[in-house]
Write a protein that binds this ligand. Structure first.
Ligand code: C2G
Length: 130
């Protein structure tokens, strides 16, 4: 069983996120999503989510490509997660290209093309201007 992991906030879930999760799952048989907690978002990612962690988690768990959702609490947990969950492939959108190459010591590292025209920030801005 090929195990894949990806990380993110996934707030205001949209088709760009789904495209990423679909392609991430296509790289293996089991996809784990490490979901940024509200504290981690606020403290280290300077993000205030519209949906709190439990709601973002429930949305992800409803997606056919996602097999397990775990909390992402800090920037440093990835290597431990990879070892703990016996991950074969680490995947992120290519806005992170190069940032996680160090994890190549533990597993395959792949960056997939982002869906260009959509983002949570864009959704918020456009709704604000409506
Ligand atoms: N994504 C995408 N296309 C978009 C928007 C997002 O492919 N239009 C991808 C991102 O590249 C990322 C994933 O969807 O791989 C989740 O996006 P975010 O929730 O914005 O994640 P981010 O805040 O980048 O957090 O430790 C890593 C961080 O937790 C990543």
């Amino acid at each position: 069983m090929k195990r894949v992991i990806t990380y993110g906030t996934f707030d205001l879930l949209h088709y760009g996120h789904i495209n990423l999760l679909k392609r991430a799952k296509a790289n293996g048989d089991y996809l784990i999503v490490a979901l940024s907690t509200d504290e981690f978002n606020k403290k280290d990612k300077n993000k205030i989510c519209y949906f709190e962690y439990e709601k973002r988690k429930a949305l992800l768990e409803a997606i056919r490509y996602v097999d397990l959702v775990i909390p992402e609490e800090n920037w440093k947990q990835k290597a431990e997660d990879i070892k703990l969950y016996k991950i074969d492939t680490f995947i992120m959108g290519d806005d992170w290209k190069g940032k996680f190459d160090y994890l190549g010591e533990y597993c395959e590292v792949k960056y997939l093309e982002r869906t260009p025209e959509i983002s949570t920030t864009k959704i918020k801005e456009e709704l604000k201007n409506d």
